[in-house]
Design a protein around this ligand. Structure first.
Ligand SMILES: [Ca+2]
Ligand SMILES: [Ca+2]
Ligand SMILES: [Ca+2]
Length: 264
């Protein structure tokens, strides 16, 4: 029997890989998603709610992956006087039109650089199954800005829950912020002001590998002009991690490759 050509080998492997990377994405959608904030499902995350859950569905999500979201102010951090804390609105969404999850707090006395982080806002996502990036950033944080050392955002992602395996997070920066380590954590730090409808305060957050837990921390230091600062978090876009079916497809492709090599 004539062995499969190298072209055919490539085709087999390519088809299996396509099965993996073409998984359909789903969105944790703040304004258009179906959310249960404690009183049954309705459209959109309820303003001011400390908890909410939504279900990611689609052709590759099986029975669905539930996402539980929790939002809290820690230590002496208090909501900003201008309002909007924990709301879904269009105040801080860069140049997009899509509402974001708005965190708005007052400067909160974390003191000089290097002090432990004790006062901050924290937003966590717990997924009922592992997901991963669809090839681009998982989400954008808007308006990381204001004076130097004012606003700082850091993300932690894990597989296996809050005590699970740490994943590598990467950040982009814009005109009003820079990469920095604060409170012993790598993240994005404000360096200047960005208009509320500008992309100058944007940062895109990417996560390597699969994950089922994300924790976002927003911290401020006192001593800056103005006491009331905020950021916005975009919708999150993810795909399920490669399914058992896709992995079986890859196994078949590699087995075919081995058979070809033995025959040639
Ligand atoms: Ca949306
Ligand atoms: Ca800001
Ligand atoms: Ca701003």
């Amino acid at each position: 029997m004539k062995p499969p050509s190298p072209l055919r080998k490539t085709t087999i492997l390519g088809a299996a890989l396509a099965l993996v990377v073409s998984a359909s994405a789903a969105t944790v959608d703040w304004n258009a998603g179906s959310w249960d904030n404690g009183s049954g499902f309705n459209t959109g995350y309820d303003n001011g709610a400390a908890n909410g859950s939504t279900v990611l569905t689609g052709p590759d999500f099986g029975l669905g992956i539930t996402v539980n979201v929790n939002y809290a102010l820690i230590g002496t951090t208090v909501a900003g006087a201008s309002g909007g804390n924990g709301n879904v609105d269009t105040t801080l969404n860069g140049s997009t039109l899509d509402p974001s999850f708005h965190i708005q707090t007052q400067t909160d006395g974390n003191g000089v650089i290097g002090n432990p982080l004790v006062n901050y806002a924290v937003l966590t996502f717990n997924f009922s199954g592992n997901v991963q990036s669809n090839g681009s950033a998982v989400f954008t944080v808007y308006d990381i800005d204001k004076n130097l050392f004012s606003e700082f955002v850091t993300i932690e992602a894990r597989s296996g829950g809050s005590g699970g395996t740490l994943r590598t997070v990467s950040y982009t920066t814009s005109a009003a912020n820079t990469l920095a380590t604060q409170y012993s954590q790598a993240g994005v730090l404000a360096t200047g002001n960005a208009g509320n409808s500008s992309d100058d305060g944007n940062s895109l957050f990417s996560i390597a590998g699969n994950f089922d837990y994300i924790r976002l921390i927003f911290a401020q230091q006192e001593g800056n002009s103005g006491i009331d600062h905020g950021i916005g978090i975009s919708d999150l876009t993810v795909v399920p991690e490669p399914s058992a079916l896709a992995l079986a497809g890859l196994g078949i492709a590699f087995a075919a490759g081995r058979r070809v090599r033995r025959q040639s």
